[in-house]
Design a protein around this ligand. Structure first.
Ligand code: CIR
Length: 263
């Protein structure tokens, strides 16, 4: 794969999982996570970002908020704005205050989603000038509307995608990733949606849905371990994968994109 401007990131903010990680929200029924293993997997993830040329900013673990390692959910970062999200799960609302200061160090414009809007960063999928906004169990229509207004000011094109009827998708990015300009990985239930018409689709096998939550970082694609068909599809298209084990994050309904905020 040749270098392109798409998916170019210089920095990423992460927060390692801390004591009480297992008390976070989950519906996975995969059993409790092993904290030591989660910390090792997190460190391997940080090293992978560094291999991609990204400077990793490591925040302190925050035992007050068991889901706070899923930093992606608390902000949306665009070329011009850091937009503080307003998580749809009440236990996560307090995480936003913990990221504001760090974002203010890097962005001159820090905006915010306001009550009664709710929005989780995991529902936002940037695809170049287009930004898909999932309206989900976590992101309500008002939160999506507020974000869309900010994105439009910036000259971006927001496209809402209502996934409230989905039984599988917690967040939009549980089922979609933008791999390249005009190229999306999509789970079967999203593949035929009109919102994605005009994009080239890399289909994710129904038995490998978790693999859809992959991340393009500079010239590489970070992929979850254990999904051979999707890995083969990525290689066939000449992308260069970095395969990572995120089993302990999966137990808490999280994945590769959720554990960093890239910009
Ligand atoms: C939660 O339910 O909020 C966390 N346990 C997992 C969040 C995962 N975030 C994401 O997919 N963007």
């Amino acid at each position: 794969m040749t270098a392109s401007r798409f998916g170019t990131f210089r920095k990423a903010i992460v927060r390692p999982p801390g004591p009480g990680f297992e008390k976070g929200i989950t519906s996975s029924r995969l059993g409790p996570p092993d904290l030591a293993k989660a910390q090792e997997q997190h460190e391997a993830y940080c090293r992978a970002l560094e291999r991609c040329g990204v400077e990793v900013i490591r925040l302190e673990a925050d035992a007050c908020f068991p889901d706070s390692t899923f930093v992606e959910d608390v902000a949306v970062l665009t070329p011009r704005n850091a937009i503080l999200a307003r998580p749809g799960a009440e236990s996560r609302l307090g995480e936003v205050a913990g990221i504001r200061g760090e974002l203010a160090r890097h962005f001159t414009s820090v905006r915010a989603i306001e009550d009664p809007g709710t929005l989780d960063g995991g529902d936002i999928c940037e695809a170049g000038e287009v930004v898909f906004i999932g309206v989900s169990r976590r992101t309500n229509e008002e939160g999506a509307r507020q974000l869309a207004a900010i994105l439009e000011e910036e000259g971006l094109t927001p496209i809402p995608v209502d996934i409230r009827a989905s039984k599988q998708l917690l967040h939009l990015k549980s089922g979609i990733a933008c791999l390249d300009a005009g190229v999306l990985a999509l789970v079967p239930e999203l593949a035929a949606r009109p919102e994605f018409a005009g994009f080239q689709v890399v289909p994710v096998d129904p038995e490998e849905e978790y693999a859809a939550n992959c991340v393009r970082v500079n010239d590489r694609i970070l992929l979850a371990d254990g999904f051979p068909r999707f890995l083969a599809a990525i290689r066939e298209r000449r992308y260069e994968p970095i395969v990572l084990d995120v089993s302990e994050f999966r137990k808490m309904d999280g994945g590769l994109s959720c554990i960093s905020l890239r910009f």
